[in-house]
Design a protein around this ligand. Structure first.
Ligand code: MRU
Length: 362
């Protein structure tokens, strides 16, 4: 099933805060509600929050009281600002809201109902394309993972972090589908435990061999020759290939290089931000102290302890063997290979849009 979807005029999503203990669908019928769901991480993972925000832009259209195109566009711009502010690091959020806004700005539509229909159609297209893109990315990535590999994976990059199938975990699913024997070391991923709660849950459902490990075990496993490749996703990739991803990614990549282990980031071209030259320009989200001082609701640190909780880190491009995208695997120099992949990604997105319009007209 899709992690986030539109039904009965509402945005519905798997409440990831409750997994694996409870599987619950949460629903939101306002832009503010969806922005809160992103901030509070009911929905998380760069592509999944992009899709949620795209559906929220459709909600903005349906709830707008505007009676003319310019007023409706003003409401959409306000919705975009609210949604983009929900989480700062994953660029897919602002990419998705920009895509929804642009589809109306670039059209000549003036009828309110036609604009609303076009917004929802674009959100649905974005969500469906995410699944198709992830599958392509998964198979490009699987080509660089040998049969019998022991792979270490950070955070959650599976179906839950996307609309379906996943990015780095998608590569693992693709290897499994191809019959490759693969074993996954699953980083628990403190502080929010996306690895322990979500990745372990997804891999167990898919019956893929795995072991959950404490984050601090990763270095020892690499040193001991128990890891053949490192796989992770991205929340934003700068033009030079520097990657912002879940806190702890940098440490993994450095230790992998020290031990001669290949490191692959897996991310769709919508996660590449060519407007930023390097990772130093990527905003890093800081989250609340309770994520560090508590496990679930249980306190594990003295009350009032000062906490610093950056949610992401930057892995400089020199630690990456390759960046897997839906357009193929990018290799150094990333400045050129990423630009080529993004250009191809945009061309393919435009082709899919044209095909949809021909289909609608037929
Ligand atoms: O804070 P989160 O759980 O939203 O962080 C998610 C990650 O860091 C993922 O690795 C990233 O979004 C890529 S997953 C498709």
């Amino acid at each position: 099933m899709h992690t986030v979807y539109w039904e009965d005029g509402k945005v519905k999503m798997i409440d990831q805060r409750l997994l694996p203990a409870e599987f619950t669908i949460a629903e939101f019928d306002s832009v503010e509600g969806v922005a809160r769901s992103i901030r509070e991480m009911y929905v998380r993972g760069a592509p999944a929050i992009g899709a949620a925000a795209a559906y929220a832009m459709a909600l903005a259209g349906f709830h707008s009281q505007a009676t003319d195109r310019e007023s409706l566009l003003a409401d959409l711009r306000a919705a975009k600002a609210t949604l983009d502010a929900a989480r700062p690091t994953a660029v897919n959020l602002a990419w998705a809201t920009a895509r929804l806004l642009e589809v109306i700005e670039q059209s000549a539509l003036t009828d309110m109902d036609a604009i609303r229909t076009a917004l929802l159609a674009e959100a649905e297209a974005l969500a469906n394309e995410d699944v198709e893109i992830n599958r392509r990315m998964g198979y490009h990535g699987a080509a660089v993972i040998p049969d019998g590999a022991n792979v270490i994976h950070h955070c959650n990059t599976g179906g839950l972090a996307t609309v379906d199938f996943g990015t780095a975990l998608g590569v693992i699913f693709a290897c499994h589908e191809q019959g490759k024997k693969i074993h996954v070391w699953v980083d628990e991923t403190r502080p929010r435990l996306q690895g322990a709660r979500l990745t372990a849950w997804e891999l167990m459902q898919a019956k893929i061999p795995m072991h959950l490990i404490a984050d601090n075990a990763a270095g020892y496993l690499m040193y001991s020759g128990k890891v053949d490749a490192v796989l992770f996703g991205a929340d934003r990739v700068a033009a030079n290939g520097d990657v912002a991803n879940k806190i702890g990614t940098y440490k993994l990549a450095v230790v992998a290089q020290e031990n001669g282990i290949p490191v692959y980031c897996v991310a769709p071209t919508s996660t590449v931000d060519l407007s930023l030259e390097s990772g130093d320009q990527i905003p890093i989200e800081e989250r609340g102290p309770e994520e560090v001082t508590q496990i679930g609701d249980r306190p594990i640190a003295p009350e009032g302890v000062p906490v610093y909780n950056p949610a992401f880190d930057i892995t400089p491009h020199r630690y990456l063997t390759g960046i897997v995208t839906e357009e193929g695997v990018c290799y150094p120099p990333f400045t050129q290979s990423l630009r080529d992949a993004v250009t191809l990604g945009q061309t393919h997105m435009e082709e899919r849009r044209q095909a949809r319009h021909i289909g609608e007209g037929a």
